[in-house]
Each structure stands twice: as structure tokens, then as C-alpha cells.
Design a binder for this molecule. Structure first.
Ligand code: NAD
Length: 471
């Protein structure tokens, strides 16, 4: 549902706790819709995403992928490079300058929209009241956007000084020579790719039989093969049991496919998930129902206490910055107009590797499990000119469509600029577009995007730039 500034001004007041991408976006949207908004933040505005998450990570990934692109491709492209190196201190400065610019931008936007920002930890007192230090703030509604923090597995050695989380990794003052990464989820795989490009010997240790469980299995296999080809060791079915310090390095002990095994690293990154930061802020006392620490909400993101909403990582539905923002806007729409505006099926997942991974909608495994009749079209990016020029033709696009009407149900991309291309697929899913509508759209040439049209062609027929399937 679209919202705009011409909407009747409804006099509502809203208290928002947490100024990450969930809370600050929600605050701006609520102010634009005429609410009196107070935003409470204990630390810096921008939350995990801007300060110690998405943005600093992507800034360093930009450094590492630029470095590896020059290193790997310069000879082939006829570019002479000598004495190439990474000045990590400068890379860190670059990261810091991007973060500073964006945090300053958010502060400016909050001010320009008339949002009152209170510094301190917000404690919920009742359905209309938040305590911040000595101040008592009241409003018609409360939106909790308190985010999450990294989890540590309770094993011997988990608290050793060289065992760090994603925040510690972003603050490293030197590039480690070797890194053991516990957890083959999004954080583990992104950091392994980043540091491998800078020359670090990375070993990923994942308890499950595969890395990146939320991603399409076929793409995961391709990602794994490419990471291994870049020298990253990946141990799956490997459950870490303890860590011990051995001089300047650390030994990680694990059960690897039923056998005891060890792996050494100068640093150990523990990235085994995140938990909602819901403790000690008065939620249980206010009667709000939690499930394993996550705030339970309905489809409007309203808790069991009328007027109190919870959006983003703290409700545990989907720990993604853009999902938090979208949920916050939906909560505000519900408060201000009573209408819905969240379309969970359009929330993309993006992983910043070389090349990138992005997906939206249903996975093939889900459709199979749910017995939904579907057709699948795939297109290898080795058949796409732009992908060949820029990334050696690595990757593929997969489109899943309803078997009868051709409605697009899921799109999965592994290739250059996948994280930008996925926007077209998300809109297609939002508009319930069919394969026919996708193929009859004209895609610019030469672009990686035209491979989306080719993958759609493959759903019911043949792609133009791929030989026909043998009958
Ligand atoms: P995750 O849940 O995605 O992955 C953690 C992995 O650790 C799992 O695969 C799990 O099986 C494994 N694990 C758990 N215990 C283990 C053990 N004892 N030994 C070995 N492996 C073990 O968690 P994450 O990677 O920490 O990410 C946290 C959240 O942040 C996720 O929700 C993720 O989507 C989000 N995030 C998203 C992005 C992005 O969108 N690009 C980037 C970073 C983080």
C-alpha cells in the first residue's frame, strides 16, 4: 500500500525503541504520515547494519573484491600492475568514512523529519510508557526495534581473546594469516570470501551437511566449488567442541563426520547466529509474550499487548535489515491507517561474494516439499556476453514458475551484480507476473540482466543463447 504526504494528518504519537534500519526508517515514515515520533537509542543511530554490520562489511568487501579482480584479471586484460598490496589501515579508514557519512546522513534525516531522538536504554513500563534514564516518555503506541547480537556457543575456549565475532572481525587492525570460521552461514561465508581475497588461509567449519542452508541447493553447490577453488577449506558435518590457545594461534577441536579433528588459525571467528536483544528491557514485566527470547507478533507485527509492536531482528522472523525496515513501515501503516503493507514473499536475500548470490520467493526444495507443480528454467551466465566480459561467465540464473499459469514463484541468481538484479525479480513476484510477461519485457543488451529473460524463456521453451535441450 502506498503512503504519501497528502494523507489526512492523524494525530498519533509513537515511541520507537532502537534506531537501526528498522527503527530509524520506521521513525521517518511515521513522521511523514503525521505522527509525533520519539526515537530512543542507547548507542549510535544506524544500529548494527550501519555501524558494525552490512555497511562496514560491504565497504571491506569492496576493497577485497577490487584487489582480487585486479590481481586475477589484470594479466588477461592487458593491464600491467606491479607492487600491488593492501594497506589495511587505509582500508579501515575507508570503511570508517563510509559509516560516518551514512550515520551523519541518518541523523540529518531524523532532524529534518522532526523526530525527537533520546539517548539511552529504553525500558518498557506499560503499553504507553518507556523509561529512558530519568525521563518518562508516553505515547499512543510503542514500536520495539531493538535488534540482535551475536551468539557464542558455550564451549571451552569460546571466550579466549583471539576468538572474535563479526564486530571484532570488522575491527581487526591486521589481516590475519589464517582464520578458522565457525559457522557456514551468511556471515561466515562473506568473511571467508573477503579474507581469502586478501591472502588469509580460511577454514570454514559448519555443523550441517551444507553451507548456506537458506540458499537454493544447486547454487550452494556452485558457491562451495568456487570458494574451494579459491583455496578456502570447507568442512561440513563438523561440530566444533572446544578451542584452545597454542602460542600465537588457536586450535579448534571438532567432531568432523564422526572423527575427532583439529584445525589451527591465528584468529577464530564465531558466527553461529544472532539472538534478539530482548533481555532486561521490561518486556516480560509488561506482559509481552516471548518465544526463545524473540518477541511474538501477529501479521501486523503487533505483540499480544495491544499498541506494542515489534519489528526486525527482535521478532526473529527474518534477520535482514531491509526486512526490518519493511516491517516497521507496515507497523506504522497499521497504526495510522489500519491497513497492511508487508509482502514477505518479496523480501530478497543477498550474499556478497565473488560473484554475488541473490534470491527472492520460493526455493525448489520448498515447492517440492509442498507438492506444488512447478517448472524450472535455468540459464548459465557463460552464455551472457556481459557476464563473460566481467566475471568469466561464472554463475547461473534459475527461475521457478507455477506449472499451469507460469506465475513466477522464485528467482535465484549467482552472478555479477546479482544483488541489484534481484530487484526486478522481487517486483515480478509482487505483481504476480508470469513468465510470458517476463519474456515479453525487453531487456537491455549487453547486460547481465538480459539473462533473467533468457532464464524465463527456459521455463517453457528454449533460451536464445543456449543450445536446445535434446528431445
Ligand atoms: P546463520 O544462522 O546464518 O549461520 C550460522 C551457521 O552456524 C549455521 O549454518 C549453523 O549450522 C552453524 N553452526 C552452529 N553451531 C555450530 C557449531 N557448533 N559448529 C559448527 N557450525 C555451527 O548465522 P550468521 O551467519 O551468524 O548470521 C546471522 C544473521 O545475520 C542471519 O540471520 C543472516 O541472515 C544475517 N546476515 C545477513 C547478511 C546478508 O544479508 N548479506 C549478512 C550478514 C548477516
Amino acid at each position: 500500500m502506498a503512503t504519501n504526504l497528502t494523507m489526512p494528518q492523524i494525530k498519533k504519537s509513537i515511541l520507537i525503541v532502537g534506531a537501526g534500519p528498522g527503527g530509524y526508517v520506521t521513525a521517518i515514515k511515521a513522521a511523514q504520515m503525521g505522527a509525533k515520533v520519539s526515537l530512543i537509542e542507547a548507542d549510535k543511530v544506524g544500529g548494527t547494519c550501519l555501524n558494525v554490520g552490512c555497511i562496514p562489511t560491504k565497504a571491506l568487501i569492496h576493497v577485497s573484491s577490487t584487489f582480487s579482480a585486479i590481481k586475477e584479471q589484470s594479466a588477461k586484460l592487458g593491464i600491467t600492475v606491479s607492487g600491488m598490496d593492501v594497506d589495511w589501515a587505509k582500508a579501515q579508514q575507508y570503511k570508517g568514512s563510509i559509516v560516518k557519512t551514512l550515520v551523519g546522513g541518518v541523523e540529518g534525516l531524523l532532524k529534518a523529519n522532526g523526530v525527537a531522538v533520546y539517548r539511552g536504554r529504553g525500558i518498557v513500563k506499560d503499553a504507553h510508557t518507556i523509561q529512558v534514564g530519568s525521563k518518562t516518555l508516553t505515547a499512543d503506541c510503542i514500536i520495539l526495534a531493538v535488534g540482535s547480537e551475536p551468539v557464542r556457543i558455550p564451549i571451552p575456549g569460546a571466550d579466549l581473546p583471539g576468538v572474535i565475532d563479526s564486530t571484532g572481525t570488522l575491527a581487526l587492525t591486521e589481516i590475519p594469516k589464517s582464520f578458522v570460521i565457525i559457522g557456514g552461514g551468511v556471515i561466515g561465508i562473506e568473511f571467508a570470501s573477503l579474507f581469502a581475497s586478501l591472502g588469509t588461509k580460511c577454514t570454514i567449519v559448519e555443523a550441517l551437511p551444507r553451507i548456506l542452508p537458506p540458499i537454493d541447493a544447486e547454487i550452494t553447490r556452485m558457491v562451495r566449488a568456487d570458494l574451494e577453488a579459491r583455496g578456502i577449506a570447507i568442512l561440513t558435518d563438523a561440530r566444533v567442541e572446544s578451542i584452545e590457545q597454542a602460542g600465537a594461534s588457536y586450535t579448534v577441536h571438532m567432531n568432523y563426520q564422526g572423527q575427532a579433528q583439529t584445525v589451527e588459525g591465528e584468529k577464530v571467528l564465531m558466527c553461529v547466529g544472532r539472538r534478539a536483544m530482548t533481555q532486561g528491557i521490561g518486556l516480560e514485566e509488561a506482559g509481552i509474550v516471548l518465544n526463545c527470547g524473540k518477541v511474538v507478533t501477529d501479521d501486523h507485527f503487533q505483540t499480544n499487548v495491544p499498541g506494542i509492536y515489534a519489528i526486525g531482528d527482535c521478532n526473529g522472523k527474518l534477520m535482514l535489515a531491509h526486512a526490518a525496515s519493511a516491517q516497521g513501515i507496515a507497523a506504522v501503516n497499521h497504526i495510522m491507517t489500519g491497513r497492511d503493507s508487508y509482502h514477505a514473499e518479496t523480501v530478497p536475500s543477498c550474499i556478497y561474494l565473488e560473484p554475488e548470490v541473490a534470491s527472492v520467493g520460493r526455493k525448489e526444495e520448498e515447492l517440492q516439499e509442498q507438492g506444488i507443480a512447478y517448472r524450472c528454467g535455468t540459464f548459465s551466465l557463460s552464455g551472457n556476453g556481459k557476464a563473460l566480459i566481467e566475471a568469466g561467465g561464472k554463475g547461473m540464473i534459475k527461475i521457478l514458475a507455477d506449472a499451469k499459469y507460469g506465475q513466477i514463484l522464485g528467482v535465484h541468481i549467482y552472478g555479477p551484480r546479482a544483488t541489484d538484479l534481484i530487484a526486478a525479480a522481487a517486483i515480478a513476484i509482487r505483481l504476480e507476473a508470469t513468465v510470458d510477461e517476463f519474456t515479453s519485457t525487453v531487456w537491455a543488451h549487453p547486460t547481465v540482466g538480459e539473462a533473467l529473460g533468457e532464464a524465463a524463456e527456459a521455463v517453457f521453451g528454449n533460451s536464445i543463447h543456449w543450445p536446445p535441450k535434446k528431445k
